[in-house]
Design a protein around this ligand. Structure first.
Ligand code: CTP
Length: 396
């Protein structure tokens, strides 16, 4: 499936380097051509001979071959690659990558690489949790590096916690995902996603609405569809095209969105409620355009139906995910919505964070369920969508 892909496998000095042998083998068996770059310390953990045999290519460690002076061109290597995968990536190497230090071939190759770069961190739990490491990883993410998250469990230090390099098979899945070959883990499942702003008419030309662009909901629909789910996107007003393979049902008002969702929910496996639904709508809609007068005008509003709460009441074992956009008492409000609407989890956006909220392409969110809260760093709405779908995958 990775047929013909050129992958540089970078190995740094971590005990997890023993897993790089299996990783290399899996990549080669999947059809990739692999060239291995090692840091000098990595050679202490796994022999170049092992890696050369498995990759069927010479191992690159030094800037030049000490025996014949032949230059190992990191520039050519960077141009050759379709992906640069550094696994394991130590805290030290990630710190150097984050700051642009170039004191070995693995790092100069990073600076020369024009292809996507992914790292699979491996270290002790305290090193992983340290503010410096977390800051460096955030910097790498901002620089476009994909982080293949470590797992939790027994560590070489004898301690137990988060920091263990992802298993080779999971790294290969992540690599395939980077090449657009997503695991079809939600095949046979059907999800409803609401997105965009509702429009509540006042008269034939005026309406009440909000600033929602629909980008977050469309990203969730795309992420679900890429994993093989059938997706019905119940969409309020947006300027976006439906993602590939997604069925779109266009609605205007909160009432229309309610009808479209309730009708489909029973036969579905779940719903993700991303839409910004009006909580109030004009009590009556004028048949003709309202003419102005010298007096002020009041419009009487009535409550709309709460779509999420209605689905929550008949949820059964379906998955239901909500969103909360708050400007104050964020955590408390989100937790109360989680319970009130019977969500499995709720995605909290804070309008106070830079890079979060309505029209942009990025978001800063916290995923909250009964067990606790997971704050995610600033990331693209599409990456946030993948994290939401990861969580749905675990629930389904
Ligand atoms: N929602 C919905 N139908 C509504 C209102 C909200 O499905 N009529 C969904 C939203 O799509 C979102 C969640 O409920 O997933 C939270 O919506 P929000 O408007 O933030 O919360 P409310 O419960 O309406 O509370 P408040 O307006 O007081 O913040």
């Amino acid at each position: 499936m990775l047929k013909g892909k050129h992958i540089i496998l970078g190995i740094t000095g971590s005990i997890a380097a023993y897993k790089s042998a299996v990783l290399c083998r899996l990549l080669v068996s999947a059809g990739a051509e692999v060239k291995v770059v090692m840091t000098p310390l990595a050679k202490q953990f796994i022999t170049p001979l092992t890696m050369a045999t498995l990759s069927q290519n010479p191992i690159l460690v030094d800037f030049f071959n000490p025996e014949n002076g032949e230059w190992n061109s990191h520039v050519k290597l960077g141009e050759w690659a379709d992906l640069y995968l550094i696994a394991p990536a130590t805290a030290n190497t990630m710190a150097k990558m984050a700051t642009g230090v170039a004191d070995n071939l693995l790092l100069t190759t990073y600076l020369s690489a024009r292809c996507p770069v992914a790292v699979a961190p491996a270290m002790d739990l305290d090193m992983y949790a340290h503010t410096a490491t977390q800051r460096n990883m955030e910097q790498l993410q901002r620089d476009g590096v994909h982080i293949i998250e470590p797992g939790s469990g027994f560590l070489a230090s004898g301690l137990s916690g988060k920091g263990r390099m992802a298993e080779p098979q999971d790294i290969v899945e992540a690599v395939k995902a980077l090449f657009g070959e997503k695991k079809k883990s939600l095949e046979g499942k059907h999800f409803i996603v609401t997105a965009g702003a509702t429009i509540e008419p006042i008269d034939p030309v005026r309406f009440i609405s909000n600033h929602s662009s629909g980008k977050m909901g469309y990203a969730v629909a795309e992420a679900l569809a890429e994993r093989g789910a059938r997706v019905t996107l119940v969409s309020g007003r947006t300027a976006l095209d439906a993602p590939k393979g997604v069925e779109r049902v266009d609605v205007l008002s909160a009432e229309e969105m309610y009808e479209a969702c309730v009708e489909r929910f029973v036969a579905s496996d779940g719903a993700v409620m991303c839409a910004a639904v009006a909580d109030y709508t004009p009590r009556s809609v004028a048949d003709e355009k309202l003419k102005k007068s010298d007096d002020d005008l009041s419009i009487e509003l009535k409550r709309t139906k709460d779509i999420a709460a209605t689905l929550g009441a008949e949820k059964g074992d379906r998955v239901l995910v909500g969103f909360a956009m708050e400007t104050q008492n964020e955590m408390e409000n989100a937790q109360s919505k989680l319970k009130r609407k019977n969500f499995d989890f709720i995605v909290l956006n804070s309008l106070r964070e830079a890079g979060a909220g309505f029209r942009g392409d990025t978001n800063v969110v916290t995923l909250i369920d009964e067990a606790g809260a997971e704050e995610l760093p600033l990331m693209s709405k599409r990456d946030v969508a993948d994290r939401i779908v990861d969580k749905i995958e675990k629930l389904i």
